[in-house]
Each structure stands twice: as C-alpha cells, then as structure tokens.
Design a protein. Structure first.
Length: 63
C-alpha cells in the first residue's frame, strides 16, 4: 500500500504544490511546515515571533 501524494496550496499565491516542496514553484515563496500537522506556511509567517497554523491552530513559538 503506497500513500497518496499529498498536495496543498501555497498560502501566498494559492498555486497547488507538493507537500514536501521547499518553495512554491509559481511564486518562489519559501515555505516551512507546521511541525504538528504538516501544513505549509510562508517563511514570512513562520518568522513572526509566534506563528499559527491555519489548518490545525497549532501555535509554533519560534526560539
């Protein structure tokens, strides 16, 4: 049994990208993943003192 390839949308330009992508191929935004649910957020969002995942509301406090 192989897992389906998950894709999600770039939070900046909404282009569909693969889950493991480091950056969006369409708008070149660097992306980071929520360490809890794996959702992508932009690097800008992640660099904020506290970033919240839109999908699971997990708050990541950046050291």
């Amino acid at each position: 049994m192989s897992e389906p390839t998950t894709t999600q949308e770039c939070p900046k330009c909404n282009d569909v990208i693969s889950e493991m992508a480091e950056k969006c191929p369409a708008c070149d935004t660097k992306l980071v993943m929520c360490d809890r649910c794996g959702s992508l957020v932009t690097e800008e969002e992640f660099k904020a003192a506290v970033s919240m995942c839109e999908n699971c509301w997990h708050v990541t406090v950046n050291q």
